[in-house]
Ligand binder design. Structure first.
Ligand code: FAD
Length: 288
């Protein structure tokens, strides 16, 4: 099923994201248990990240997506990056995904990695969207978007115009980078709609459960930290249980506000932590 068909008026799509464990074969039981607990939530879909830069985990991404669909009966989205892949690599990856029963792809460029050379076939995610639309028209295609502007973009306006190109190439729906300040997301959505981007946009929510994790995340994606968020880290950062519970409460507050403001969907970055994802889901399930 194409995920795009799940977006309906008066319903908020609720999706989860997981990543393949580093030592896939060793941790197969761990990921199996994680998926079992996450699929109890019965999300609209679960997406599986893809490690860019030639670490060769397309197959692990596909295997996990296949477990999600085949064993747990939940729709799966496989992430796929294109910068370090050729047309033939992409054909190979998509053929494998299809063999695993995957019907939806999150089409990404991938980060520029100085240690892994880019190949020449794709420059932007929109090139991958065009390629999938032309060669695999049966696949659903999602794309990424950045409420706080992508780090390489010339300007906010240019980033939104580039996003429009990606959507016009055939992206069905968008998933946002994580953010901690909903006002930033609302301002972004106003500009997106003014630009004529009319596909559904899911808000990416990352529950912060440790002070160390947040510092790494902010470094990676540059999310702004509102004062109330920084105060929470300051007060509970050294107490792991209190930090976890405060992080869950913060994410729940963000989600309640987003749903009340009519967001199309919530995409929860689970960090493979079913306890946290389940606690959040239990608090908001009746609002969806
Ligand atoms: P693009 O849409 O290509 O944009 C990249 C930059 O190029 C932007 O600055 C944009 O403004 C600019 N641009 C786009 N089109 C044009 C154009 N036509 N002309 C000029 N400039 C243009 N990374 C992974 O490695 N694996 C994952 O599984 C993964 N999952 C992710 C999931 C989500 C929800 C998000 C938000 C990000 C994810 N990423 C992942 C990170 C992503 O690969 C990086 O953020 C990457 O730097 C940009 O990818 P993109 O697909 O958004 O690129």
């Amino acid at each position: 099923m194409r995920i795009a068909d799940k977006f309906e008026k008066n319903k908020t799509v609720f999706s989860l994201e997981v990543f393949p464990p580093k030592k896939f074969e060793d941790d197969i039981n761990v990921i199996y248990e994680t998926l079992e607990q996450l699929t109890d939530i019965n999300p609209d879909y679960i997406s599986v990240t893809y490690s860019a830069g030639g670490s060769g985990n397309t197959d692990n991404c596909g295997k996990i997506a296949s477990m999600i669909k085949g064993i747990h009966n939940v729709e799966a989205v496989a992430h796929l990056t294109c910068l370090t892949n050729s047309f033939a690599d992409i054909d190979d990856a998509i053929t494998k995904f299809k063999g695993y029963g995957v019907e939806n792809i999150l089409a990404l460029r991938g980060d520029i990695n100085p240690t892994v050379s880019a190949k020449k076939d794709f420059t932007y995610a929109s090139d991958l969207v065009t390629y999938i639309r032309k060669n695999y028209p049966e696949m659903g295609v999602a794309g990424a978007c950045y409420p706080e502007v992508h780090s390489e973009a010339e300007s906010e306006l240019q980033d939104i115009l580039n996003l429009k190109k990606k959507v016009d190439a055939g992206t069905d729906f968008l998933i946002s980078q994580l953010f901690f300040d909903n006002e930033i997301f609302y301002r972004f959505m106003e500009k997106v709609r003014i630009a004529g981007i009319n596909v559904p946009v899911e808000a990416g929510i990352m529950p912060v459960t440790s002070a160390r994790q947040i510092l790494r995340m902010v470094d990676m994606c540059g999310a702004s930290l509102p004062r109330k968020f920084s105060m929470m880290i300051q007060k509970y950062g050294n107490d792991p249980i209190a930090m976890r519970d405060a992080g869950i409460a913060y994410a729940v507050n963000q989600i309640v506000d987003l749903i009340a403001n009519g967001v199309d969907g919530i995409h929860l970055y689970t960090m493979n932590n079913p306890y946290v994802a389940t606690k959040i889901f239990e608090s908001i399930r009746t609002l969806l």
